[in-house]
Design a binder for this molecule. Structure first.
Ligand code: 13P
Length: 335
């Protein structure tokens, strides 16, 4: 087994998932201000360190995606943050794209940037302890979108990124996110997501990326958030499995979903059913940002020194998702 394949499996084995704590400073500031906490480097660190030192880090969280600021910060016990995460038995990872910008040629769509100087930045992150990385491509659904240009350009960037990351001995998380925004049906989401994922793999193969050493981070197949199409969790699970079975090569060891604006319970329930019906060989787990942190952040914001209480809330959410990643969750386990 290759080293990268080994890391990818370790991150996701036994129901473990990924904590996406890689909000940029801008996004994190918005999240903190929404709960009336001032966004300072100290407060951002305090919340994140509270999560990273929770007991569920050992049992449930196989990897944590960090932002550039956090990977260079020290914990209150003077450990570097990646060191703290490794000590808890989890793998530190890092977001390496520099954000989605207007796509020239189709200005209503986005292209993710960050390839310039990436090889050098990757070396630095590896030295800081990162074992895996993340790059997010983002696609809108509407009648004409995503355009062929956006599908092609983002897949190409994801593949160039992945090749550089593997060259530097880290596991790339390949994240093509088809957004939930809009009034599209679940069927449209299925069609467009399939097209996006297939194109990504075409480019990954062209760039000679070792598919055994990546983790795919896709969206689930959902109806748009302004759609009248009411889709049950069973249908979400079945459409999601059908899409991935038809578009992801079998060498890929693991798939870790983003939550993409679903509520905490929705994201857990859908993941649980995906695992109940999983008829593939892929590990199907989670790489949630909002759906892992929302309740914990809300609780913490009421008293930012209440570390233990916040950890309890986070541990519960992590545990629920780890059960869901094994198809063992049920609603009555929620408190
Ligand atoms: P959400 O789970 O909040 O969608 O975040 C996951 C992520 O990493 C988006 O890039």
């Amino acid at each position: 087994m290759s080293e990268l394949n080994n890391i990818a499996i370790k991150i996701l084995e036994k129901g473990k998932g990924i904590l996406a704590a890689d909000e940029s400073t801008g996004t994190m500031t918005k999240r903190l201000e929404d709960v009336n906490v001032t966004s300072t480097p100290e407060n951002r660190l305090l919340f994140r360190e509270t999560l990273f030192s929770s007991s569920s880090m050992t049992e449930c969280i196989g990897g944590v995606i960090l932002y550039d600021e956090t990977i260079k910060q020290k914990s209150s016990k003077k450990n570097m943050i990646p060191e703290l995460i490794s000590k808890m038995g989890s793998y530190p990872g890092i977001k390496v794209d520099t954000g989605a910008k207007v796509l020239s040629g189709s200005p209503d769509e986005k292209i993710t940037e960050g390839l310039d100087g990436l090889r050098e930045r990757l070396k630095e992150y590896y030295q800081l302890g990162a074992k895996f990385t993340k790059w997010r491509g983002v696609y809108n659904i509407s009648k004409n979108f995503p355009s062929k240009l956006s599908v092609h350009a983002n897949a190409n960037a994801l593949a160039r990124y992945s090749a550089l990351v593997q060259e530097c001995n880290m596991v790339p998380i390949v994240e093509p996110e088809v957004l939930m925004d809009g009034d599209h049906s679940a069927d449209e989401c299925y069609q467009k997501t399939s097209e996006v994922i297939k194109k990504c793999f075409e480019e990954l193969i062209l760039h000679k990326v070792d598919l055994k050493g990546i983790i795919l981070k896709p969206n689930m197949i959902l109806a748009g958030n302004k759609s009248n199409d009411k889709v049950s969790s069973e249908e979400v699970a079945k459409l999601t499995l059908k899409c991935l079975k038809n578009s992801v090569p079998s060498e890929v060891p693991g798939i870790a979903f983003l939550s993409g604006g679903q509520s905490e319970i929705e994201a857990t329930e859908n993941l649980n059913l995906i695992n109940k019906y999983n008829n593939t060989n892929f590990i199907m787990s989670y790489s949630y940002g909002r759906a892992l942190q929302q309740s914990a952040l809300k609780f913490w914001s009421k008293d930012i020194q209440n570390i233990e209480g916040t950890q309890k809330v986070f541990n519960h959410r992590a545990k629920m998702n780890t059960l869901a990643a094994q198809g063992k969750w049920s609603k009555d386990l929620e408190i």
